[in-house]
Design a protein around this ligand. Structure first.
Ligand code: TRP
Ligand code: ZN
Length: 879
């Protein structure tokens, strides 16, 4: 048995004994042996007792230590594999360390590494300790000066944070550039890039008239794919000025695209480093979804400059302080660029498909966690997306203006500081004279709360009573929960679906027809007066709180709401519930080997949506997309992924058969060939058209298959090309093989497009999917070292294709577990994300659950397992 994993607790936080005022870094770059000199200007923290100086450092070859310019013997400090401790130092002092590292051997992509022959860094959360000895914690803010030395021909661009202040030519064909960042920052925001990259520049004039140089750096052959990202950046900069009064602070903003990157992108001060997936786009290589994601991630990293960089986190337990807030900001930005209602539904769908299962499983944790073994495992849906919902609830409770006042106070109070989630909440409360103390429970209690709503109508008095009961299931370490404070947005509809003016008991007159009810207690009651008939409630409008709502709807109620609710989320949610009921009934019939059959209500309701020309295309796409297999598995106990898959496929086929005429008519109407435009309207139309095509291909009829073949061959854009190929890839059409080969041949030199080719096959609904994936893992283009490629095949199978992953014979589990172990040797962060596909083993039908558990146990016996994977596996087995 390996050593017991170390757990870090939030309650153990203590302020640092030593502060770093200035850091001078010197990099002598070479792929295999890079030397890093660091000079730290240190002083005792006047606010704490005297104590030793602790510098983190991992995988560093220490070449020397100097104190105030003189060599320091090694009896003056304690050296361990994870850092140096100096028991006694004069204050202030200048401490210099010299280390050697090997960036070319860095496959974990944390610290300094090489990607496509270029150097780049990733320091969040604790990567800086892989570069040099340093107090690697976000509450140490220092001014950085960085000098980079490298071969001039091989690495013409030498970049770091801030402004370039010196440039020198050196002997032996080397050169150096020195950068100075005037803003004190935590070391996780440090960045360095060196390489042969093309610079694409643009500029932005801020609200106060300052000209900012915008510079994008990509590999030369990608120079024609940067335009969309540049425009997105300018939009985001303007939006943050207009919406939040935030102006950019440095004179340069740089974005670098790299092919090997663990996450989406990183907000390093003045020098963002991006996964190239979130920068590069041309209409023939990127889909509408890619274009939208780029706009969103570019904005997200830009918004971090204020929410994350100028005001940062005190410790990593506060991660949602910057991530939840910044996701909220990028969601709102995106909603303003595309179709707001469809965007809100996409966000809710993501939360329900990914965050709810996390919150109900062994990795459940509060938005502000209490402990971790490996912080990288806490860059989660909960911290990011539930965190964003908490910010959204504060906005709903305080109103837009009140929220803006709170943001202003937050920036005013805390600019330049490292703070906590409590500090944010206090700013919101203080700016509005409101008590948000109960709201804190959203940060400290894990689990998805449930709202059970029941109602009654008294025809004699015209009173309508809503009773709301909240509860929250137990989660690991939290058996009992206290009540949450939440906004419940509602309306009452009359028989024609019109909203009724609302007067609550105790109010003199009716005031509006859309209300926010504040829920604080375990049970609340609201009495509405002056009602002529029993109304139809529209509940949790806009998804006003991240909860599961239970109300005894009839199928007819849901069909009514799907048709009439003016709240687009309400319409969508009603349709999802109606479909979900139908699907769970089908699952039961299939499991009992009885003939499946569907009720006509769903088909006729969806037919109504299909023909509703007043409903925007992007929204219709949402309304017509059935709940995912993952979501359905969450609604079923124990879950049977095979039966769910068959049920959903059966329903798709039945709907296609029922609606073939309107589907085909709409496909033809929307299938324009008059040139591609990347606008939200056109993207919406393409989405709806391709949704129709997907349904029609379920019928396995030659006529429709030939429509898809023709669309594939004639497409002038990746959205249409990929949608056609995807539909064909799910079917048995003769051209399938040929077109997959054609796609590969066409795009083999574009890694991001080739990723799509792998994913398409890994998410195929065909029965032979897993066999294909196993073959593809041996394909010469498959590469475990590249996170995008590993995710495109393994991640897609394990997280996005339940039917193939959960094959009865357990071969999907064995295949993924083998790759978790191989991947863990190379890149623990990516391996840990992959292994989480086993987390929900307890919810599965026992035949499957037991096989999943066996694979977790097999993984756990590996003595060389990383801390990352060990934490996930340990919690999955014990939780
Ligand atoms: N701060 C980054 C973001 O959300 C997240 C990130 C990028 C990250 N790279 C990482 C987190 C590597 C952990 C490890 O924008
Ligand atoms: Zn972020």
């Amino acid at each position: 048995m390996a050593e017991k994993p170390l757990t870090i607790y939030r309650s153990d936080y203590t302020p640092p004994n030593w502060l770093v005022d200035e850091v001078e870094l010197h990099f002598d770059l070479d792929p295999e042996t890079t030397e890093v000199i660091s000079r730290l200007r240190l002083r005792r923290n006047p606010e704490t007792e005297a104590g030793p100086l602790r510098l983190d450092g991992e995988g560093l070859e220490l070449l020397g230590v100097r104190l105030n310019g003189r060599p320091l013997d090694d009896e003056n400090y304690l050296r361990k594999p994870d850092g140096l401790t100096f028991p006694e130092l004069p204050s202030p002092c200048l401490l210099e360390t010299r280390v050697r590292i090997n960036p070319a051997a860095n496959t974990a992509l944390e610290g300094l590494y090489v990607s496509s022959g270029n150097f780049c860094t990733q320091c969040e959360a604790q990567g800086f300790r892989h570069i040099t000895y340093y107090p690697d914690r976000p509450d140490i803010l220092a001014r950085f000066t960085t000098t980079i030395v490298a071969d001039q021909v091989r690495y013409p661009q030498l970049l770091s944070n801030g402004n370039p202040v010196a440039r020198r030519k050196l002997p032996d064909g080397r050169h150096s550039v020195t950068w100075e960042d005037p803003f004190p920052k935590p070391c996780y925001l440090f960045a360095l890039v060196a390489g042969d990259l093309v610079e694409i520049s643009d500029s932005f004039t801020t609200c106060s008239g300052r000209d900012i140089a915008l510079r994008f750096y990509v590999e030369h052959h990608h120079r024609d794919k940067v335009g969309h990202a540049v425009e997105a950046l300018k939009k985001a900069m303007r939006w943050d000025e207009e919406q939040f009064g935030r102006e950019y602070d440095l004179d340069i903003y740089m974005v670098v695209a790299v092919d090997d990157f663990n996450m989406g992108a990183m907000e390093n001060k003045g020098l963002n480093i991006f996964n190239s997936k979130y920068v590069l786009a041309r209409s023939d290589t990127a889909t509408d979804a890619d274009f939208q994601a780029i706009e969103e991630v570019i904005a997200h990293e830009y918004f971090h400059n204020w929410t994350g960089n100028r005001i940062t986190c005190r410790d990593w337990f506060q991660l949602s302080l910057k991530e939840g807030l910044t996701v909220f900001r990028d969601q709102e930005f995106s909603a303003d660029q595309v179709h707001r209602d469809a965007k809100r539904i996409e966000d809710v769908r993501l939360l329900r498909n990914s965050q709810f299962p996390e919150d109900g499983g062994p990795m459940a944790h509060p938005v502000r966690p209490d402990s971790y073994q490996q912080i990288n495992n806490f860059y989660t849906m909960t911290v990011y997306h539930k965190g964003a919902e908490l910010i959204r609830m504060m906005q709903t409770l305080l109103g837009r203006d009140g929220f803006r006042k709170g943001m202003d106070l937050y920036f005013e109070r805390h600019d330049g500081q490292a703070v906590t989630c409590d500090d944010f909440r206090r700013a919101m409360a203080d700016a509005n004279g409101r008590d948000l103390s109960q709201f804190e429970r959203w940060y400290s209690q894990a689990g998805t709360p449930r709202l059970d709503i029941r109602d009654s109508f008294d025809a004699k008095t015209g009173r309508y009573r809503l009773r709301v009961r909240q509860s929250c299931p137990p989660t690991p370490g939290q058996p009992q929960k206290e009540s949450f404070h939440l906004p419940l947005r509602i309306a009452l509809l009359d028989r024609e679906g019109k909203e009724i003016p609302l007067r609550l008991q105790g109010e003199d007159t009716a005031d509006g027809s859309d209300r926010i009810l504040e829920i604080q207690h375990q049970e609340e009651e609201f009495v509405f007066c002056d009602l002529a008939d029993r109304p139809m409630p529209s509940l949790l409008r806009g998804f006003s709180a991240p909860v599961i709502l239970d109300y005894p709807w009839s199928d007819a109620d849901l069909a009514f709401l799907l048709r009439y609710d003016r709240d687009p989320f309400g319409r969508w949610d009603a349709g999802q519930q109606l479909a979900c009921r139908q699907l769970l009934q089908l699952v039961e019939l299939i499991r009992e080997n009885r003939p499946p059959a569907i009720s006509p209500l769903l088909a006729s309701s969806l037919g109504g949506v299909l023909r509703d020309e007043t409903c925007e295309s992007a929204l219709r796409v949402q309304l017509l997309t059935l709940p995912s297999e993952t979501y359905l598995a969450e609604q079923m106990q124990p879950a049977d992924p095979g039966a769910i898959h068959r049920a959903r496929q059966f329903l798709r086929r039945e709907l296609a058969a029922e609606l073939r005429q309107p589907l085909l008519a709409l496909y033809r109407q929307l299938h324009q060939t008059d040139g591609y435009r990347c606008t939200p309207e056109d993207a919406g139309r393409r989405g709806l058209k391709n949704l129709c095509l997907g349904y029609l291909l379920e019928l396995e009829e030659t006529e429709f298959q030939q429509l898809a073949v023709a669309q594939y061959r004639q497409a002038d854009n990746m959205t249409d090309q990929l949608a056609a190929l995807q539909a064909l890839c799910n079917s048995d059409v003769a051209e399938r093989e040929e077109l997959l080969n054609d796609f590969h041949a066409r795009w083999k030199d574009q890694p991001l497009v080739l990723d799509k080719w792998f994913t398409l096959q890994a998410t195929s609904r065909r029965d032979d999917c897993l066999d294909q994936v196993i073959k593809l893992a041996a394909h010469p283009d498959f590469n475990l070292r590249n996170p995008n490629r590993a995710r495109s095949l393994l991640g897609a199978l394990a997280h996005s294709n339940p039917a193939a992953f959960h094959r009865n014979d357990g071969s999907g589990y064995r295949f993924i577990a083998d790759y978790v172990l191989r991947l863990d040797r190379l890149n623990p962060q990516i391996a840990a994300r992959l292994v989480s596909c086993f987390n929900r083993w307890r919810r599965m039908v026992p035949e499957l659950g037991e096989q999943m558990r066996a694979e977790l146990e097999r993984i756990q016996t590996d003595s060389k397992l990383s801390r990352d994977v060990r934490e996930i596996v340990g919690k999955a087995l014990n939780g």
